[in-house]
Design a protein. Sequence first.
Length: 387
Amino acid sequence: MKVLITLFKKNISIFLIFIFSLFCIIFFTFIIFYSSNNSNSIIYKETYPVVMYRHHTLIDDNYTFDNEGLNRPHIVREDHNTKNIVVLDEGNECLYIFSKNGEFIRKIGQPGQGPGDLLGPRYLVLDSIGNIYVHELTNYRISIFSQDGKFITSFRISGDNKTIFSVSKDRTILVNEPDKGYYISIYSKEGRFIKNIGKIPEVNKYNLKNVDKLFAKGWPFLDDKGNFYIFLHHLGEVKIFNEHGELIKKQILDLPQIKSILNEDVFVLPENHKYIKDPIFDFFQEIIFYNNYFYILFIDSNLKRGKNKDQPSVIIYKLDEKFNISKKIILDIDNYDIQGDNRVPMSDIIFKTRMYLQFQFEIASDEDYIYYPHKYNAKIYLFKIIN
């Protein structure tokens, strides 16, 4: 009898061990299967600070000065020395200077083709001493003004509707001019051409019209070590060249929005570049290089925030020179009017939102404020960090 009881106990132990092992196998198999089938929807682990900024109106559409008012403000830049802000107004084809409190100070430029005139202004940069650089689409040039609005010089470039440029600390001008066959064209502070950096690889064997130029568009920068950066619009990639124009590094930025998009249906180009089939898609809406950090703006339609669940979030990532995320900034656009202008006859809310929100932001020198223009409502918003 004792032998039978002992045998039964041993069998029960074996049976329980078997049941437990089977349960573990099923459980871990389920976890692996679930993870593999939901890899595209896994939340990106945020190991960095996430801060929220909320906006109020700094300059309203009914504010008039010298019988004028904002028409289509497209870009705002802060003069880090005076704290004044410079607004590029596409509608009035001029620049306006305001105090940090939104009070009008002066106007720069008027429509025309002469020295100091502006025709089709599209991009704006300030240098370290407050000089103002403006790309003019229609005049095919960059015009330079002093801090107090006096015309300094201008020089011709071969850019197009979205010509991006930057000015380094020593006031070297870096222009993204793909028509020249290079990612970056270097000019002196007087506008004299110096050299080209980064030869654009040819991919025309795919018979895609202007594809070389398309994939070479982006934001150029120069760091304190003499390295040149180009952040490419349509590739989500950054390339780094040394002072001799030799490629020393390239990588896809390790950001949630880029990873998510590159998992979608794409076709692949040489060097394993992935190109989204949406021809108007840009990975980056705007990039600012300030105090050795890159501030990158995304319009994220996948993050459902606000009362309108189709309304995307506006996100800014602060990256160090190794492209590690040091901060994630979310701009609160719950009350940001993206549908109020009937002059834009578009019914698709996401496309319409992109048209409204893909304008150039500005980081204030103390980083507590972010300036953001609303072109079609003719307002300038000031976003302030929420404590």
